[in-house]
Write a protein that binds this ligand. Structure first.
Ligand SMILES: NC(=O)c1ccc[n+]([C@@H]2O[C@H](COP(=O)([O-])OP(=O)(O)OC[C@H]3O[C@@H](n4cnc5c(N)ncnc54)[C@H](O)[C@@H]3O)[C@@H](O)[C@H]2O)c1
Length: 328
């Protein structure tokens, strides 16, 4: 495989780059370092089958040129994280809609296979336990920045679906649920790296809202092989596929588990959403996937537990000289 990974200097993209190089493939990464980091690529930067290009998916000509040299595109570049969406809503919409359209156009022109990274956010406030790919979206006003990421990812999905059904593009949409592991930054609102950084610093763990919200966290090392298998799964083209863990935990319990595993004596404090994220934020009370489709297509079965995930993040953040931590 000759693969282009957009957003490959980010958390998931850099693990995907490692995985593809180890499997013998060629990898080109396109990233503008908005939330990614060259440190994520430091172990592969000298690899003979690796190339890094700094630039934006909004640069249509650049995306076209890079697509012409590969057979497969993993489109992971996006404005990600509730703080990013809140602070740069317009730019985030542009990146997440026009950037995807540029990738789809180039992939169609050069007949690349494509994986489009979407998100469980498309389900919005639907709290069904075991969300299936065909379930309804339940979202708030498009005028609230809170929903703009969900809106943009939904547009990406519709664009992708149309490219497949009308133009014959070979593309799969993956709806990622919370994905966690080393290299994820807590700076942009991701809860596990944020709690771990707070616990290790002896700072209070800040829970937004009641803490009763339920989430499922999947280790990035379980997610990455699924991405590689899905881009190859012809039966998946034109569909969306959930990828995530089904191990449920409340955010309040998550904070306690982080304290137990770090041995930290930090307090847990509750902030309102307004205090933590800003006005107009509305949280989702529960988000649990049904991954039957992924199991049928690629035998997807995540193996790492939540404690495995927490230990891997704690190990990483405990290393000296790490500047990834976000204490807030
Ligand atoms: N991590 C999760 O839990 C999760 C959940 C659902 C969906 N996703 C999706 O997975 C993908 C990867 O997310 P991640 O968690 O690795 O986040 P990340 O922020 O680490 O990665 C996103 C990468 O895209 C890059 N980027 C942003 N704008 C760009 C642009 N205009 N041009 C080129 N690069 C640009 C960033 O610099 C970053 O490296 C995203 O599409 C995200 O929406 C992630």
């Amino acid at each position: 495989m000759k693969a282009l990974i957009t957003g490959g200097a980010g958390f998931i993209g850099s693990h995907l780059a490692d995985h593809l190089l180890t499997a013998g493939h060629d990898v080109v990464v396109l990233d503008d370092l908005a939330t990614g980091s060259l440190a994520n690529l430091s172990s592969i930067s000298d690899h003979p089958r690796f190339r890094y290009v700094e630039g934006s998916v909004l640069d249509e000509a650049l995306v076209n040129t890079l697509a012409s040299g590969v057979d497969t595109i993993f489109h992971l570049a996006a404005a990600v994280g509730s703080f990013v969406i809140r602070d740069r809503t317009l730019q985030s919409l542009r990146t997440n809609i026009h950037g995807t359209e540029n990738v789809l156009t180039a992939a169609h022109r050069h007949q690349n296979r494509v994986l489009i990274a979407s998100s469980s956010e498309v389900y919005g406030k639907n709290t069904k336990i075991g969300l299936c790919e065909d379930d309804d979206r339940v979202v708030g006003s498009p005028l609230l920045h809170r929903w703009s990421y969900s809106e943009a990812k939904a547009v990406d999905e519709s664009l992708t679906h149309s490219y497949v059904t009308e133009l014959g593009l070979q593309a799969v949409i993956v709806r990622l649920f919370n994905t966690v592991g080393p290299r994820q930054s807590g700076r942009y609102g991701m809860v596990i790296p944020r709690f771990v950084a707070q616990a290790l610093a002896g700072a209070p763990l800040t829970v937004f809202g009641t803490g009763a919200q339920i989430r499922c966290f999947c280790h990035v090392q379980d997610v990455v092989p699924a991405l590689v298998a899905l881009v190859d799964a012809r039966d998946a083209y034109g569909t969306a596929v959930n990828v995530g863990s089904t191990e449920q935990v409340s955010i309040a319990d998550l904070a306690l588990r982080v304290l137990a595993l770090t041995g930290s004596s930090s307090d847990v404090v509750h902030l309102t959403y307004e205090q933590g994220i800003g006005a107009g934020y509305e949280d989702l009370q529960r988000r649990v996937p049904d991954c039957t489709r992924a199991r049928k297509l690629i035998d997807f079965r995540p193996t790492r537990t939540l404690d495995d995930i927490l230990r891997s993040v704690i190990d990483e953040q405990s290393r000296p000289n790490l500047v990834r931590a976000a204490v807030r």
